[in-house]
Write a protein that binds this ligand. Structure first.
Ligand SMILES: [Zn+2]
Length: 263
């Protein structure tokens, strides 16, 4: 995971509440790493022999498509038009049976910079984010991981940190979450305090910023990021009471009551 924060990439996490959250950046980093590994692991010698054998044996099994790289399956699965490895080889004046690892490398280098790949990453990141964002305990672990990176970062070396983002103590200044972020958190947490389960829907409206808590407090290098927010009632949102330590719950709200049998 080191590549995620090396070269002072963390400086890009500091601007408050970007819709492409830090978790989006992280998922994108991981997914691209997986694609790269899959390309490296593609056993072209084996796939070529399958291809050759199947050409002889059974056209009905052509669906196996041994000439397709994993990235092509991903692009196809998402319905994204893209140049195929086959076409790439044809442009190089080669057949699949003549291809080698360098050709995969050449093809992948074209894929990395293509609009098709950009679209694939966007779709995959959105899907993964949708699932992960619902898991508050995971959001807490992720934000602790991120805040540890910031705590260890060499801030002095970095010239392009916007000092206006910082509080006098050198940590990020707390920023009021925008309405899109409040709405998402309110609905994820279903209008209830995640610690004491108090129903907040009738007590106040979802715009009350007092109720949007930073899971990792900004004083502990927490970010102004949607993944670092949760819904709390005002009494539970007393940071001094909990010593500034990150806290959340794995409580899930039922979609319907389990204790009565009708209505
Ligand atoms: Zn509460």
């Amino acid at each position: 995971m080191e590549g995620f924060h090396c070269d002072e990439q963390w400086a890009g996490w500091l601007a408050p509440y970007k819709k492409q959250s830090v978790l989006h950046l992280f998922i994108s980093f991981v997914v691209q790493g997986v694609h790269s590994e899959q390309a490296d692991d593609f056993d072209i010698v084996k796939q070529k022999s399958i291809y050759t054998n199947f050409k002889r044996i059974s056209p009905a099994l052509a669906d196996l498509q041994p000439h397709k790289l994993p990235i092509e399956h991903a692009l196809e699965h998402h319905g994204i038009n893209h140049p195929t490895f086959f076409e790439f080889l044809k442009d190089e004046g080669k057949t699949f049976e003549e291809a080698d690892a360098d050709d995969i490398y050449g093809y992948m280098n074209e894929i990395w910079i293509s609009a098709a790949y950009e679209e694939l990453i966007k779709q995959m990141v959105d899907e993964v984010f949708h699932i992960l964002f619902q898991d508050r305990e995971l959001m807490m672990l992720f934000n602790i991981y991120v805040s540890d990176i910031l705590a260890d970062a060499d801030w002095e070396r970095l010239e392009n940190v916007d000092r206006a983002l910082l509080a006098p103590n050198g940590r990020l200044a707390r920023v009021r979450p925008p309405s899109w972020a409040r709405r998402a958190v309110f609905f994820r947490d279903r209008g209830r305090c995640v610690l004491c389960d108090r129903d907040l829907t009738g007590l106040l409206n979802m715009d009350n910023v007092e109720n949007y808590d930073h899971i990792v407090p900004v004083s502990s290098w927490g970010l102004n990021d949607i993944t670092n927010l949760q819904l709390l009632c005002v009494p539970c949102n007393q940071h001094d009471k909990r010593d500034g330590a990150p806290v959340t719950s794995g409580r899930y709200q039922s979609w319907y009551p389990m204790d009565d049998d009708d209505s």
